[in-house]
Design a protein around this ligand. Structure first.
Ligand code: C5P
Length: 260
């Protein structure tokens, strides 16, 4: 799809994570959810949103099953006149997986939306809010929700007090200013490429601290705008998340689901 400003949008789906915390012994994108693989849900969600002229999927290196899945969906989508779907091998960090996909985008693309396959149930309206902000001229835009828990930052206890508890509270940020950030995150392509060129110079431990793309763009002083996310965009990380996702998808909760 072209935004109103005439930009062509690519969607990058990062699906190269190991999924260790789900404990299924297979990459997370291959975990079954409601009778389909997690990646199938994620890609069908991107297709339903209909914002992309190109979809690039970062897969676990050499994963033949997921390559086949993407190939089938690419053929089906192409036959229906939909966007091109291509795959790349992901890297050892999320940021590396994003960089592999950024290097493989169609040349006419000028805006990019990065999405975690693990947020497999993200509804189309979240993609539409991101695309609308890009069309209005945002260089960076992310979806987020207000947090319900009180959040504290902590530090290690002193050696003399470590027997009481390993950590102690440093401070309590004002909750009304905190947001839980999700994907899809939208960017002007040149801006995100610049941010990732700088991130490629980070040490391995610094790279491990890069948990989303927006933080790289923030570090360059670029304004990152925030639109409303969705509780359906939960990141399926633990067995409890998987239960909740199954319930959202087809369980008795689904008809009673009301977006907050
Ligand atoms: O594990 P984490 O929460 O960082 O995963 C977020 C998303 O990034 C997941 O969809 C996962 O598949 C992806 N990822 C990736 N390459 C990695 C690590 C994570 O594509 N090396």
């Amino acid at each position: 799809m072209e935004t109103e400003a005439g930009r062509k949008i690519a969607v990058i789906v990062v699906a190269a994570g190991s999924g260790e915390r789900l404990g299924r012994g297979v990459p997370k994108a291959r975990v079954p959810l409601g009778g389909e693989l997690m990646l199938t849900h994620a890609l069908r969600g991107v297709l339903a949103a209909d914002i992309a002229s190109h979809i690039c999927v970062a897969l676990p290196d050499g994963d033949a099953e997921l390559q086949r899945l993407c190939g089938v969906l690419a053929a089906e989508t192409s036959a229906a006149g939909g966007p091109e779907i291509t795959v790349v091998d992901g890297g050892s960090s999320r940021a590396e997986s994003v960089r592999s996909a950024l290097a493989a985008l169609a040349p006419e693309v000028s805006a990019v939306v990065i999405h975690d396959a693990a947020r497999a149930l993200t509804p189309p309206e979240v993609f539409h809010r991101i695309a609308a902000s890009l069309a209005e001229g945002a260089l960076a835009v992310i979806p987020a929700l207000a947090v319900v828990d009180t959040i504290k930052t902590v530090e290690n206890s002193d050696p003399g007090t470590a027997s009481i508890a390993p950590e102690r509270v440093r401070c309590t940020p004002a909750r009304d200013q905190l947001r839980a950030v999700q994907t899809p995150q939208g960017f002007d392509l040149a801006t995100l490429r610049r941010a990732h060129e700088q991130a490629a110079l980070l040490t391995q431990s610094q790279a491990a601290e890069v948990t989303d793309d927006a933080m790289l763009v923030e570090a360059m002083g670029v304004a990152v705008y925030v639109v409303k996310g969705s509780a359906r965009s939960l990141k399926i990380t633990t067995p409890t998340d998987l239960l909740l996702a199954e319930a959202l998808l087809e369980g008795p909760l689904a008809p009673r689901w009301v977006e907050g």
